[in-house]
Ligand binder design. Structure first.
Ligand code: FES
Length: 435
């Protein structure tokens, strides 16, 4: 496959979204190598707690080991004949072991095989209980950054901090917004939203600032109309605070600015976001100032990245405390999971704000997300049918500014897309061994 022929500096071939071969190679060279977000340590607080998810197409289980206290990420498959061991999304292992539902082999939280029924049948048949192949294999690399667990299916590569680079400031700010210095996942399972489209449409849409005023026009107009009908005596409408900015002008999004980083990471905003004018609750402000002092609080709350992409596996909104996780299923199917976080030490109205945002913007029943999915499906169909051959990304091409490792541009530049394809090509054409 001629990967390089699929991507030009300002356009990509339709096959990047439709080819099964391209998708398979993405799973091997991007999802099989990058650090991928797996979960948060608050999801496995007690010994034996686990959650299940996937890394690319590989099913995994993240578990708190009762013996060592460590958080392990194991491939969720039995070492006997390969059955998936844990089906539940979340739980706690009984008696400290996983038990395969097929023939009852059991595994410790570090993945090693503990027992198999009627062991005499395995005598003198070349079976070694200590052979890791008969266990649940550990994912080669697992690291934590401020409570967020990332893992990589590749044995070799940069460490997590190096991989994240500047984008880790987004995680820092999300945690710093907690007066108690920690965040915690809310609920056992995030919103799951099936997108009948390739995973890249979601990551590309994140910083496509030319779409909100068009794709979300109906939604934001309805909110504005509703507000106009309300009497002046009516107090603030929190739902409007969430929805109305989606109808922001081109100038508004241009001013926000875009910053592309190495490895496909990126963010919009910095000082200005559609959320920078959100009401800051007085009781929250007080708890922050008590914890951090006035100056530091001001610094934390004026850090306003609009949306951050940790390529390829998640997007983070630090000022709303939400993470969306990308789970590719096939070349034309993707699950997006949205997780909300509580700020330790903050009053309950901050959590209500986070949940409101998630319900109105990110959930499958939201007022915003389905507008986007509708657009992804339209491109997916055109690309699959051959109605379009090349997909354009030339807006403000050549006008970006290199600033050290950063590439910056006006907020409505298609650099947001081009930056991802720079990383995509680097991953996809790198033939080096990682195992
Ligand atoms: Fe798991 Fe047989 S497949 S015990």
């Amino acid at each position: 496959m001629q990967i390089r022929s699929l991507v030009e500096p300002a356009r990509v071939r339709r096959e990047v979204y439709t080819s099964e071969d391209v998708f398979a190679l993405e799973m091997e060279r991007i999802w099989g190598r990058a650090w991928l977000y797996v979960g948060h340590e608050s999801q496995v607080k007690s010994p034996g707690d686990y959650i299940t998810t996937t890394m690319g197409l590989t099913p995994v289980v993240m578990v708190r080991d009762a013996r060592s206290g460590a958080i392990n990420v194991l491939v969720n498959r039995c070492g006997h004949r390969g059955a998936m061991v844990c089906e539940a999304r979340t739980g706690s292992i009984d008696k400290g072991v996983f038990r395969c539902p097929y023939h009852g082999w059991t595994f410790r939280a570090d993945g090693s095989l503990r027992s198999q029924p009627s062991p005499a049948g395995y005598k003198d048949v070349g079976f070694d209980k200590n052979n890791p192949a008969f266990g649940m294999p550990g994912v080669p690399r697992v690291e934590k950054y401020r409570g967020f667990i990332f893992a990589s299916l590749a044995r070799v590569g940069p460490d997590l901090k190096t991989f994240l680079g500047e984008i880790r400031e987004t995680i820092d700010n999300m945690v710093d917004r907690a007066p108690g210095g920690e965040v915690e996942v809310t609920g056992k399972v995030g919103h799951r939203f099936r997108h009948p489209a390739n995973w890249k449409f979601f990551t590309e849409n994140l910083h496509d600032a030319m779409h909100p005023m068009v794709a979300h026009a109906g939604t934001s107009a309805a909110v504005r109309q509703y507000l106009e009908q309300l009497s002046q005596a009516h107090g603030p409408v929190p739902e409007a605070e969430v929805i109305a900015p989606f109808g922001g002008s081109y100038d508004f999004f241009d001013d926000m600015g875009f910053v592309g980083l190495p490895r496909g990471h990126a963010y919009m905003g910095g000082k200005k976001s559609i959320f920078s004018h959100y009401e800051v609750y007085p009781d929250y402000l007080k708890s922050m100032e008590e914890a951090h002092g006035k100056e530091r609080t001001k610094e934390i709350l004026s850090f306003n990245r609009h949306n951050s992409l940790i390529y390829p596996s998640c997007t983070v909104r630090d000022n709303i405390q939400s993470i969306r996780v990308v789970i590719p299923v096939s070349v034309n199917e993707t699950i997006i999971e949205s997780w909300t976080f509580a700020l330790k030490g903050a009053p309950p109205n901050m959590l209500e704000r986070t949940l409101r945002y998630s319900r109105l913007v990110n959930s499958p029943a939201s007022m915003v997300g389905p507008d986007d999915v509708n657009c992804y499906v339209r491109i997916q169909q055109s690309a699959a049918s051959g109605a379009i051959e090349w997909i354009d990304m030339r807006r403000h091409f050549g006008r970006e500014v290199q600033d050290g490792a950063r590439t910056t541009a006006t907020g409505t530049s298609d650099l947001a897309l081009r930056n991802q394809y720079t990383a995509w090509l680097e991953y996809m054409t790198d033939t080096g061994e990682r195992s």
